[in-house]
Design a protein around this ligand. Structure first.
Ligand SMILES: Cc1cc2nc3c(=O)[nH]c(=O)nc-3n(C[C@H](O)[C@H](O)[C@H](O)COP(=O)(O)OP(=O)(O)OC[C@H]3O[C@@H](n4cnc5c(N)ncnc54)[C@H](O)[C@@H]3O)c2cc1C
Length: 391
């Protein structure tokens, strides 16, 4: 479908993914009307606002690495995109991902693949790790891989505020409303229905509703395996100090990184208690006592002394097929464009996703990063593109 000024794009969900789609469409020259429908302009339950806002290039899937590199380049040069006052506090301090002896060959191969994609990854043995990171006990570790650039953390709320404001300044309309139905005509979504009863006609419908995307498109008879899974973040203080402390992904499954004057961290809940979250944002405090704290104190003994400051829970938009995003058109309703399912890596990938959706709509093809591997086709045929490095 060629783009003309009369085409109307409706984006469902106006957090980081929806806003980057809208802004990128304008940057790629789409001049027609764009309406972003966002049910909660405070974003208090959005994954974006509740995320750990970190970026890594250490993935098992090449397209994810390319997306991260695009994100990192933007984060480094944020003023060039959003003006001189733009600041997202990007701390380019690297991820350190630890693996046991049995993982050495696999992790070396992964690092080699990541380097081939343009990432800057250093492989370290336990002696090298101990020298570089005093105070961390590398007992049981066979390898650590460290991102030397393009990895770290930032302020997701600032990023969202910047892109949303920039989109509005470019004439994107944000409508505070809940999409609760769809109309179709032939092979197209022709309108979205709002809970107020209002209908908005559309030529393209971009699905960027995060963890609720699967439930929403079920109304169209589409089986999108994207569900909300709760993840708890613990914010704490400890006397332990290490100037070059990275985002640490431990071999035990926990993660921890500096945040302000303290740290934040978390751990994936055991499968038995990791069902669909369904509106539940209550932090899982038992994870701290039973898993996170003991494992943390083993890896970093000085962190046994820890004072919890607060905890919060957000929802991963988990793609249960393969832990990867779904980007691109549906095969039957071809003007329905997915931009969802990023399973814990959507903030870092938002600039690349927005760019891809903009290219697809504006030019009918990807020009920057080929997102075909993330397309709907693999969902239709249940052919997972499994992301192996998952936290
Ligand atoms: C604890 C935690 C830690 C994370 N850490 C990281 C990290 O370190 N790095 C990283 O890159 N990612 C991380 N993520 C994942 C990241 O937050 C998500 O991938 C990303 O925010 C997805 O953005 P989104 O815009 O698709 O979804 P959301 O931010 O959830 O936005 C979806 C929006 O759609 C709106 N919406 C939903 N339904 C409707 C409807 N029917 N009508 C209108 N509006 C609707 C919602 O109100 C919401 O604002 C983390 C997530 C969590 C929960």
């Amino acid at each position: 479908m060629p783009h003309t000024e009369s085409r109307h794009i409706v984006i469902v969900g106006g957090a980081i993914i929806g806003s980057f789609c809208a802004w990128s469409l304008r940057r790629e020259g789409f001049a027609g009307p764009i309406t972003v429908v966002e049910r909660d302009p405070t974003y208090q339950c959005s994954s974006t606002a509740l995320s750990a806002a970190s970026i890594r290039t250490q993935f098992g899937t090449p397209v994810n690495i390319k997306m991260s590199l695009m994100g990192a380049r933007m984060f480094r040069n944020i003023k060039a995109f959003f003006g001189d006052d733009a600041d997202i506090g990007f701390q380019e301090k690297g991820y350190l991902i630890l693996g046991g002896d049995h993982l050495v060959a696999e992790r070396e191969a992964a690092a080699e693949m990541q380097r081939a994609q343009g990432a800057d990854i250093l492989s370290l043995d336990p002696d090298e790790l101990a020298l570089r990171f005093p105070g961390i006990d590398f007992n049981g570790v066979g390898i650590g891989t460290l991102g030397m650039q393009h990895e770290g953390w930032f302020d997701a709320w600032s990023l969202l505020s910047l892109v949303r404001l920039a989109a509005r300044q470019l004439g994107v309309c944000y409508e505070a409303a809940t999409v609760d139905s769809f109309e179709t005509q032939g092979a197209a979504v022709s309108a979205v229905g709002l809970s107020s009863g209002k209908k908005i006609a559309c030529d393209y419908c971009v699905m960027a509703a995060g963890p609720l995307s699967g439930r929403l498109v079920a109304q169209l008879g589409i089986d999108l395996p994207v569900v909300p899974r709760k993840r708890t973040v613990f914010s704490f203080k400890t006397p332990f100090k290490l100037a070059n402390f990275p985002m640490l992904f431990d071999s035990s499954g926990l993660w921890v990184r500096p945040e302000g004057k303290g740290y934040i961290g978390g751990i994936q809940p055991p499968a038995a208690i990791d069902g669909d979250a369904d509106g539940d944002f209550e932090p899982q405090h038992a994870l701290l006592e039973e898993l996170f704290w003991p494992l943390l104190a083993t890896r970093i003994p000085a962190m046994a002394e820890l004072r919890l400051e607060r905890a919060w829970a957000g929802h991963y938009e988990m793609n249960t097929l393969d832990h990867n995003g779904v980007v691109g058109s549906h095969d039957e309703l071809t003007n329905l464009i997915f931009a969802t399912g990023f399973s814990g890596h959507g903030v870092m990938h938002a600039p690349a996703v927005g760019q891809a959706v903009a290219e697809l709509i504006t030019f009918g093809a990807y020009r920057s990063i080929d997102m075909t591997p993330l397309g709907w086709g693999r969902i239709r045929t249940s052919s997972p593109l499994l992301e192996s490095i998952v936290y």
